[in-house]
Design a protein around this ligand. Sequence first.
Ligand code: GDD
Ligand code: MN
Length: 369
Amino acid sequence: MYDLTVIIPTFREESTIGTIIAEVDAIFFRNAIRGEILVVDDNSPDRTIDIVRDLKNQKPNLNLVVRQQDHGLSQSVVEGFRQAQSDIFLVMDADLSHPPALIPVMLAEIRAGNDLVIGSRYMEGGGIKKWPLKRRILSMGATFLGRLLFPEIRDPVSGFFAVKKSVVEHAPLRPRGYKILLEVLGKGTWKKEKEIPFEFVDRAIGSSKLKGQTIIEYAGQVIDNARFSWNHHESVVWQEWMKLFKFGVVGLSGIIVNEGLLIYLKEYVHLSLWVSGIIAIELSILSNFIWNDLWTFKSDSRHALPHRWLRLLSFQVVSIGGAAINFVILNVLATQIGIDYRIADLLGILVAFAWNFWVNRRMTWKMGL
Ligand code: GDD
Ligand code: MN
């Protein structure tokens, strides 16, 4: 039994496959990792298969699967999941875009309790070398779509990641296209994930096999994963959207509290409009905080600011910021641009809502930090 299986999908990689196998094996040796290398090839017409077969004679930990049907990168990776002889899988490209030096780091992170470790281009320390502008724009679009599903994850479409077998073992994956990681994130069973920055180096030899059809496939995949979460409420995607929904419900309840208190204090307690207004606003912020703390972000208590009072303080400051945003947008749009003040206010509320949700989520309840 191996500690880890490095899965390398290949199609026409004769120029680099030998090098990547040697580099990965050297990393195994230097770090005392009992690792398997599993090349999953889609019946390449070039010398890829021959080269791997030759190397296999000297390396008992090298295995090769040659697929004949259902050609595709994601399908090949999933085939690798099935054939791998260990409980930890690491997927990487054959064209030297992904640094093998990170293999021990990713393995250590999995052993430290992460279900998934992602080699990330889009975080500090990460990056992309030698990509044409068109490719960069495409990748940014794909990443943005992916983040709609997984706002915590900076690079949900990376091709470089490690995952516990248990995450994908029973997952109803529908592999297609290039973005197998998105499928694993959307349908796998996982809780803890970690991203590690790396610098993607585009292939020096040959060209990317990414085609226009890949983009359409990807859009379909994003929709399919959203639909999947609709039917699987334990999924990470569903949990995330539920937070937004609950935050909205709490916000609406705050309006009722605010308005109710204002009427009560003014009409029955006979306080001035000023005083009634301030008390009503403050108590609705308090009420919103309590509901969000006990309900919306309940599951995230282990990440949150350590003290309820600290969270309240943070929530309070963010709420004031939100009110200021609402106020400024209302005034600028209504008086400077001349938009109907009722519509201007609605826009202000919307932006303030987004601000409140996003900043509280990251700061008050410290999600994704
Ligand atoms: N088995 C198999 N079948 N392997 C394939 C296929 C296929 O149809 N198409 C590509 N591969 C292999 C390549 O041989 C290479 O090892 C790896 O998959 C990546 O292929 P590239 O064509 O070099 O992809 P890329 O550089 O454009 O895309 C990389 O970055 C993307 C993120 O921007 C990959 O890492 C993608 O997975 C990643 O999403
Ligand atoms: Mn590549």
